[in-house]
Design a binder for this molecule. Structure first.
Ligand SMILES: N[C@@H](CCC(=O)N[C@@H](CS)C(=O)NCC(=O)O)C(=O)O
Length: 204
């Protein structure tokens, strides 16, 4: 089994942190996103979306999409549980994971890809207006996150879950996207510091 990884990029980071939380070690093949290594025809045969992360099983089956990879490992290594136990907890974790991914991580990624000069290699047609619009979307959603974290220790409730991993990697991606958690979001900032202190958050 091997993981096609992508260094500090947010989606590869989500799987890296998930594996560390589970205590799973696995062979990794690093692909350089800036050198467009995931876009080669050879890699496209493994993963037609030409993105990392991608997990290749021993029988050659390839699983891509960050959450699909994390779910696979949740099934093979049940503890610590990161996707929820009860029907309600599973639904709440899924809800927050999707909210964070669609309304926070993706706008941050669009802001980076359409506004950062260094992203021109991966996004040759940068549309600054779209980048600016997404900056606003991410910052608006930060206040939703802050109100949730005023009432809960973790984004989906009272314990750490896969939704926190998505949120943490999104927050780390804010800096290259030239964004920051708004100053007034004190609960959000405190949560970011708390998650950053977990051993799994350290870069390899
Ligand atoms: N929906 C995919 C997104 C994967 C994705 O966009 N990965 C980025 C790195 S964060 C990538 O491989 N980009 C390569 C490229 O744009 O050429 C997932 O959840 O894994």
């Amino acid at each position: 089994m091997k993981l096609y990884d992508g260094g500090k990029a947010p989606n590869p980071r989500r799987v890296q942190i998930f594996l560390k939380e589970k205590g799973i070690e696995i062979e990794k093949v690093q692909l350089d996103i800036n050198a467009l290594e995931p876009r080669t025809e050879e890699f496209a045969k493994l993963n037609p979306t030409k993105t990392v992360p991608a997990l290749e099983l021993d029988d050659g089956t390839v699983i891509s999409e960050t959450i699909a990879i994390c779910r696979y490992f949740e099934e093979t290594h049940a503890e610590p549980n990161l996707f929820g136990h009860s029907a309600l907890e599973k639904a709440q974790i899924e809800m927050w994971q999707r909210r964070v991914e669609f309304y926070f991580l993706m706008p941050i990624a669009f802001a980076f890809r359409h506004l950062h000069p260094g992203a021109i290699t991966i996004e040759p047609v940068q549309v600054a207006e779209w980048g600016e619009m997404n900056k606003g979307r991410a910052l608006n959603f930060a206040s939703v996150i802050d109100s949730q974290l005023q009432k809960n220790a973790y984004i989906a409730g009272d314990r750490f879950s896969v939704a926190d991993i998505t949120l943490f990697t999104a927050c780390q991606f804010m800096r290259p996207a030239r964004l920051a958690i708004p100053e007034e979001c004190a609960a959000f900032t405190a949560w970011f510091e708390k998650i950053g202190a977990r051993p799994s958050a350290a870069f390899d």
